[in-house]
Design a protein around this ligand. Structure first.
Ligand code: ZN
Length: 86
């Protein structure tokens, strides 16, 4: 059984500016074509609109009604996550 790779990713609504950190897990197995992407925990104010095993197609809904893909075009470099609590 492959180990699950866990990480958190910042969600940011482009409409109202709400942010939160989602807890995500993927199968840590490079042989798999599909990493088995899954959101384990959604931050407050966000919910899953349409689940998908592809993070670019997993749609998230903000409490303001805005729907966007979990994986955005902008990527943060490893260790380059934006500072929290500013
Ligand atoms: Zn919003």
């Amino acid at each position: 059984m492959a180990a699950r790779d866990r990480y958190s990713r910042k969600l940011e609504c482009s409409k109202c500016g709400r942010t939160g950190f989602a807890e995500v897990s993927e199968d840590d197995d490079p042989r798999r074509k599909n990493p088995g992407f899954r959101i384990d925990e959604m931050p407050a104010g966000f919910s899953t609109e349409r689940a998908s095993s592809d993070p670019a197609r997993h749609m998230v809904r903000c409490r303001c009604g805005n729907v966007f893909a979990f994986k955005q075009k902008t990527y943060y470099a490893p260790g380059g996550e934006p500072a929290r609590g500013h």
